[in-house]
Ligand binder design. Structure first.
Ligand code: G6P
Length: 615
């Protein structure tokens, strides 16, 4: 969603702000902007619609350059007010206060009406501008900038991560967060703020993660933090393990392509120090996990987007193999429907970013409904709002995922969920040593199998040309492959803008079959499992309605190719755990190459954000 970067340094801050914005662009964007305090303590601002490159162009063409030692910057994903230069951040109040904001101020209309009465003039349609005016108003009666911010935020309802500078206090940035992520970077030449570590990795690896309600005053060689109750707070400095070059494309054309090919290593990293030769180590989910896992009677998984699809696969695994009840729900539904949450439920949130607003709220709702329920967060982000709020955390170790469409985060979530299945199943004596050994050995083979599958890229690239002028595609699968079909359909619509739907193949006759003709290609996934014969009958039903079909099969499935049906063998002898992970790969590659042919912005598809931190 919106990205924030800012800093106070001994150097010119503008290049750092631009680099940070470029690194944050993956979170979603429609405009960007920056503001710097000049040596004469005046604001110099530039804003632009579209990509950060447009802002850079604008800055280059200016005769008066924007230089200074303190500044804040923002990539915007519009919520209130269309994408336009006027609505882009930073916003200014009376040349005294400037603000960048991630989140939504829900009561902004009420605040705006009051501020208009106080004489403030509005230049944008955003909810953010009221923040700048509210701080400016409080500055009249407060002695310091931090005190003005402390007072102003009391009137805000909603969520915010804020970076604030003032021409009256030209040596400091104030940063505060509630419901939106924000961190402080501690550098050699100054101190910084950002909504994501990635923005600052070229400058520092030392971070302080602000807690809910914290307000920080950031000076060139000093950081002071006040907690939600107004007390001086000490927050630890965490050394980031993310390498700066992990957020570069390397030799790949797109982050998505790079991340697809990183999956073998990402899975190796996820498994590292979590398994022995034949079992999952008992502390893989943390030392308190054992007691919790022994006592649970059911699991409730909650997630959004690709993470939800990963949860659906886990439901099949957990009920089928460990015989423990498992429900999966979309977080934005769960949080608003007064669900019933039994004692002894393990509440599992799946989230690449750990910051998805709906997933976070669903966890808060669960805690409210039943305070006895224990929570586990499976995330790719060590320091996130979700991990901080959960009893247990399991990190996927996929490394930074920049492409908006999730790839390696999804497959490493599946691997993590397979480890969860083993841990709980073993502790509850629902999985024996032999079964666990089989699963673990299967997981260890995955990187090799994935490398083999990735070799099919050139074949899949050829198939992609069939979708150039296509408007709709149907994905079919049964069992876990229905969830993988959903993930395949999600990838295709996200990055190639082709309408795509996934159906459990057995449900075909209850509606979607009416859509099938020669213009509706069907992609089916055919693992060699107990539902194979049923799936084959479904394929005949599709075939007889004239569809062009592509079937990705296990070599042992031996689907008979028919006219207008292309059968693509992937790998033979895949098991229940490895099959959904392996079959994800051709679907990712297909979407990627279809998107390339259609000329879309693969890494930053229109209207989408990597991390949806607003509702
Ligand atoms: C956005 C992203 C998806 C992601 C979903 C959930 O929609 O574009 O790729 O799957 O959010 O994000 P999370 O970080 O919670 O997994």
């Amino acid at each position: 969603m919106c990205g924030i970067v800012g800093g106070v340094t001994s150097k010119n801050i503008t290049p750092l702000l631009l680099e940070g914005l470029n690194r944050l662009e993956y979170r979603g964007y429609d405009s960007s902007g920056l503001i710097v305090l000049s040596n004469k303590n005046t604001f110099n601002r530039a804003r632009s619609v579209g990509k950060v490159a447009n802002l850079e162009k604008k800055l280059k063409s200016r005769s008066k350059k924007i230089n200074g030692n303190i500044g804040i910057a923002h990539t915007r994903w519009a919520t209130h007010g269309e994408p336009s230069s006027l609505n882009a951040h930073p916003h200014i109040s009376k040349n005294s206060v400037s603000v960048v904001h991630n989140g939504i101020i829900e009561n902004y209309i009420e605040l705006k009406n009051n501020q208009i009465k106080q004489g403030y003039k509005f230049e944008s349609e955003t909810d953010t501008e009221v923040i700048a005016h509210a701080i400016d108003f409080e500055m009249k009666s407060c002695e310091t900038l931090i005190a003005s911010v402390q007072k102003a935020v009391m009137s805000f309802e909603g969520s915010y991560g804020l970076g604030i500078i003032s021409s009256n206090f030209p040596d400091r940035i104030i940063a505060t967060r509630k419901g939106s992520p924000l961190l402080i970077g501690i550098g050699e030449n100054g101190n910084y703020i950002a909504s994501d570590q990635i923005a600052l990795l070229s400058e520092t690896k030392k971070f302080i993660f602000l807690e809910e309600g914290d307000i920080a005053e950031i000076e060139i060689n000093k950081v002071t933090i006040i907690d939600i109750d107004g007390n001086l707070a000490k927050r630890p400095i965490v050394i980031s393990k993310i390498k700066a070059d992990q957020s570069d494309k390397g030799n790949y054309s797109h982050f998505m392509q790079k991340e697809i090919f990183e999956q073998p290593q990402a899975i190796r990293d996820t498994l590292e120090s979590r398994i022995t030769n034949d079992s999952v180590i008992s502390s893989a989910f943390g030392y308190e996990a054992e007691g919790i896992f022994k006592s649970i009677k059911q699991l409730q998984i909650v997630a959004c987007g690709s993470s939800f699809n990963a949860g659906l696969v886990a439901k099949y695994w957990i009920e089928d193999i460990a015989k423990i009840q498992c429900s999966v729900e979309i977080a934005s539904e769960y949080r608003y429907r007064n669900p019933i949450l039994q004692n002894n439920t393990l509440f599992v949130t799946l989230s690449q970013s750990g910051e998805t607003a709906d997933t976070l709220e669903a966890l808060k709702v669960a805690k409210k409904i039943n305070s006895k329920v224990k929570s586990l967060c499976i995330s790719n982000s060590a320091e996130s709002s979700l991990t901080r709020l959960s009893d247990l955390t399991f990190l996927t170790h996929a490394g930074p995922e920049i492409g908006v469409a999730s790839t390696k985060a999804f497959t490493t979530q599946l691997v993590s969920l397979a480890l969860l299945l083993c841990s709980i199943g073993k502790l509850q004596k629902k999985i024996d040593i032999k079964q666990e050994k089989e699963i673990v050995i299967g997981l260890k083979k995955l990187p090799g199998l994935l490398n083999e599958t990735l070799l099919q890229e050139s074949l899949i690239k050829k198939l992609a040309s069939r979708f150039k002028d296509n408007t709709s595609t149907l994905f079919l699968g049964r069992g876990t492959m229905h969830a993988i079909a959903m993930e395949g359909a999600l990838k295709l619509k996200e990055i190639s803008y082709i309408h795509a739907e996934a159906y459990p193949a057995g449900e075909l006759k209850h509606g979607p079959i009416a859509l099938i003709d020669k213009n509706m290609p069907v992609i089916a996934i055919a693992p060699n499992d107990e539902l194979l014969e049923k799936l084959k009958s479904n394929l005949h039903e599709v075939k007889s309605r004239g569809s062009q079909m592509i079937v990705f099969e296990d070599e042992d499935s031996k689907v008979q190719p028919m006219e207008s049906m292309l059968v693509v063998p992937i790998i033979s002898n895949l098991g229940r755990i490895s099959a959904p992970i392996i079959f994800t790969i051709p679907l990712q590659l297909l979407s990627y190459h279809v998107a390339l042919i259609r000329g879309t912005d693969v890494d930053k598809p229109r209207n989408l954000a990597k991390s949806v931190t607003v509702e």
